[in-house]
Ligand binder design. Structure first.
Ligand SMILES: Cc1ncc(COP(=O)(O)O)c(C=O)c1O
Length: 387
C-alpha cells in the first residue's frame, strides 16, 4: 500500500533538506534556505528570556496571548489603516506555515480549486493537497515576473474557491502593484472567492510599497492575511506567525489550528508583541540592511555573468544560469556545492510548468556581507567550469 504522505514528497517539498544537507556535508555556504545568519534585535531576545523566567512556559490560549493579538491589530492599523478586532479577527500560529495550513484545511473542501502563483512556496502545494484541493497555477515568468492577469481570470472555474497570493513573492521578489491587486480583487469579488494573502515579507520591500490586498474596497471581508514574526524580526526559529481576517474565516482557521498544534510557543509571543510595536527606525534599518545585501549579491552575480533579476522584495534574488553555459537549475544546484562550495535552490521544483523555471536558481541574501562576498569569490571559479 502506498502511504498517502508519500504523494506529498515531491521534489519541491524535499529540496531544502537535500540542499541544506549538501551544505553541511561539503562545508558549502548556504544561500539556499531563507534564514538570516544574524539574530534579531537584543530587545526581542531579552523579552523572550524574561518571559521564560517569568514562568510563561505552559500552554497559552489557542488563539494566541492577548498582548500579541492586540499588538498584531495595532500593527495592521499603524501600517495599513486596517481595523482588526484582536479578540475575533486574529489567530496566532506556529509560524506562517501553520497559518497557511490552518487556512487551507479550514476553508478548502475536497475538489475545491485554489489559484496559486507559480513558482509557489513549497508548503502551498502540500497543504492544498492535504486539504483535498486542486491547485491551479498562474505563472510569473522571467524576466519581469509580473502577474498575467488574463491568465488569472482564465484560471477561474465553477470549482474555484480561493486565490492564494504571496506578495512580496518568494522566490521571484515580485511585489504586486496597485493595478495588479485591483485586478485580483475584481476577479475575487466577481466570483465570490476568498483571497489568502501570504505577506510574510511585508517589511522587506525595496523602493516600492507593500499593499495588503485587504486594504482594497470589498476585500477585507474576504481576505485572510498571513504574516510571520520570524521574518520581520530575524527569529525564524521561533515560528510565531498569524492570520488576520473576518471573524468567520478566522474561526475556521482557529478550528484547524486546534488540531495541528493547539497552541504556539508561549514565551515567544510576548516578545514578538513587543517587537511589533518597534518604531519606524527599526523597520527602516532592517529594510536598508537587507537592500544593501541584495545590491551586493545581485551586482556580484551580474558581474560573474549570471543574468540576475533584481527583486523588489523578500530575502531572495533569482538568476538565469544559461549565460554561464548551464541550462538545468536542478542539475546545477546539485553540482554547485562540489563545483563552487555554494548552495542555491532551483526554481523548477516550484512550478507545474517546469520549463518556465528550468534555467532559474534562487539565492538568499539574508546573510552577512562578508558571507555574500565569500560566496561570490567561490562562484567566480564557475565561469571556467562551464557545463
Ligand atoms: C512565502 C513564505 N511563506 C511562509 C513562510 C513560512 O514562514 P514561517 O517560518 O513563519 O512559518 C516562508 C518562509 O520561508 C515563506 O517564504
Amino acid at each position: 500500500m502506498k502511504a498517502r504522505s508519500a504523494r506529498l514528497n515531491g521534489l519541491g517539498t524535499t529540496i531544502f533538506a537535500e540542499m541544506s544537507a549538501a551544505a553541511a556535508r561539503t562545508g558549502a555556504i548556504n544561500l539556499g534556505q531563507g534564514f538570516p545568519d544574524t539574530d534579531g534585535p537584543a530587545a526581542v531576545l531579552d523579552a523572550a528570556i524574561a518571559a521564560i523566567r517569568d514562568g510563561r512556559n505552559q500552554y497559552p490560549p489557542g488563539a494566541g496571548v492577548p498582548e500579541l493579538r492586540a499588538a498584531i491589530a495595532r500593527h495592521q492599523k499603524r501600517w495599513y489603516g486596517l481595523n482588526v478586532d484582536p479578540d475575533a479577527e486574529v489567530v496566532v500560529t506556529t509560524g506562517a506555515t501553520e497559518a497557511i495550513a490552518g487556512t487551507l484545511l479550514g476553508l478548502i473542501d475536497p475538489g475545491d480549486e485554489v489559484i496559486v502563483l507559480e513558482p509557489y512556496y513549497d508548503s502551498y502545494v502540500a497543504m492544498i493537497q492535504m486539504a483535498g484541493g486542486v491547485r491551479k497555477p498562474v505563472t510569473l515568468r522571467a524576466p519581469d515576473f509580473r502577474l498575467p492577469i488574463e491568465e488569472l481570470r482564465g484560471a477561474v472555474t465553477g470549482n474555484t474557491t480561493a486565490i492564494l497570493l504571496n506578495s512580496p513573492h518568494n522566490p521571484t521578489g515580485t511585489v504586486l502593484d496597485a493595478e495588479e491587486l485591483a485586478a485580483i480583487a475584481s476577479v475575487a469579488i466577481e466570483h465570490d472567492l476568498v483571497v489568502i494573502s501570504d505577506e510574510v515579507y511585508e517589511h522587506l520591500t525595496f523602493g516600492v510599497p507593500h499593499i495588503p490586498i485587504s486594504t482594497l474596497p470589498g476585500m477585507a471581508e474576504r481576505t485572510i492575511t498571513i504574516s510571520s514574526g520570524g521574518k520581520s524580526f530575524s527569529v525564524t526559529g521561533w515560528k510565531i506567525g498569524w492570520a488576520t481576517g473576518p471573524a468567520e474565516l478566522i474561526a475556521a482557521v482557529t478550528g484547524a489550528k486546534q488540531f495541528l498544534s493547539y497552541t504556539s510557543g508561549a514565551p515567544f509571543q510576548p516578545a514578538i508583541a513587543a517587537a511589533l510595536d518597534f518604531g519606524e527606525d527599526y523597520f527602516t534599518a532592517f529594510r536598508t540592511q537587507m537592500q544593501q545585501q541584495r545590491d551586493q549579491l545581485c551586482a556580484g552575480l551580474t558581474a560573474l555573468g549570471f543574468e540576475t533579476f533584481i527583486p523588489a522584495g523578500t530575502y531572495f534574488a533569482t538568476s538565469d544560469i544559461r549565460p554561464l553555459g548551464f541550462d538545468d537549475g536542478l542539475d546545477f544546484c546539485r553540482r554547485l556545492p562540489e563545483l563552487a562550495g555554494v548552495v542555491a535552490i532551483p526554481h523548477q521544483v516550484f512550478y507545474d510548468d517546469v520549463e518556465a523555471g528550468r534555467p532559474l536558481v534562487r539565492w538568499a541574501f539574508c546573510k552577512r556581507p562578508e558571507v555574500i562576498s565569500e560566496a561570490l569569490v567561490r562562484l567566480s571559479g564557475l565561469a571556467t567550469h562551464g557545463r
